[in-house]
Design a protein around this ligand. Sequence first.
Ligand code: BGC
Ligand code: ZN
Length: 360
Amino acid sequence: MKAIVVTPGKANSVRIAELSQPKIKTNEILIEVIRVGIDGTDREIIDAKYGLAPENEEFLVLGHEALGKIREIGADAKENANNLKEGDIVVPLVRRPDDCSYCQNDMQDMCIKGDYTERGIKGQHGYLSEYFTEIPKYLVKIPKDIEKIAILLEPLSIVEKGIRQGWSIQNRIPWEPKNALVLGLGVIGILGCLVLKAMGIDVYVYSMEDDSNSKVKLIKKVGINYISASKKDMLKLPTLIGRNIDFILEATGNSSVALNAMSLIGINGALCLTSVTGGLNRVTICADCLNLNLVLGNKVIFGTVNANRIDFEKGVKHLQLYNKKHPGLLDKLITNRFKPEEFKKAFENFKDLKAVVEFK
Ligand code: BGC
Ligand code: ZN
């Protein structure tokens, strides 16, 4: 079968390879891949800034955002298949546990030891191949009405976790957030806007695009406020918004922006950081100013990575909801489709939204 592989640590080693089709063990399920989404993490792995091959192997099959169809269920997998049947459409989780206490309690997204693996990223092959195998526990069933857009579920799960964690941290006070600032108009940023908006929050987005950009038009249509970085200085955002900024979702992939975001949080507010930045960017800051501002305002900064199964399940519900509320909107987030042979183009750093590799 065709697979897209990379030699981690070796820049631009991404290539197409012919691998043998995996055979399921009795506790596993065979999945035929329909499509795989590409994101910044894949691009960082290709640039040799991130990523790890499975033990004793030289290459890594890329891809961690997948949608596929169940082709075969192993005899023992049938017993705990969570209602999964042949022909069902599924999205797999990304991270697999090690032996730490969080991982052993199905919270591998909060792993404390660091020996977890991630399919297509760290120590386990990913999904950019015609088939893959998995145990039922790590597969999420996709209802018919969202099959076309469910490739967005993995990025959405990141947003769901960030918001879930933010809200649970803010249980420290009788919190009634009125507004939120989203930094970055990538897929995570846009999905973040939609989730926050659906929660009844007034959402502002700050990003590089100017007002004529199609992504900007798309979010404005659903009542989200946009401020272009080409016109306004980021540090002026609190004045521009004119109100206490209750929650910030940082999703630009840029650590300087993440650092600046720390001085934008309103009193009692929280900042959620999601950018995985594998580089060595350095900046000089006024540490006293930043620290004082955080302390005097009782502010919270937290990082979030990966997602729990509950975040994927919440994401399924949200996809169904938005798809009904704004038919066609989520489809527009999938902007570029490539054949496996065109994988190089899919990994280019373009300014559109979700690029996917179509296997079927
Ligand atoms: C993936 C996460 C993963 C993270 C760090 C992200 O692109 O969506 O599942 O945990 O990269 O490797
Ligand atoms: Zn762990």
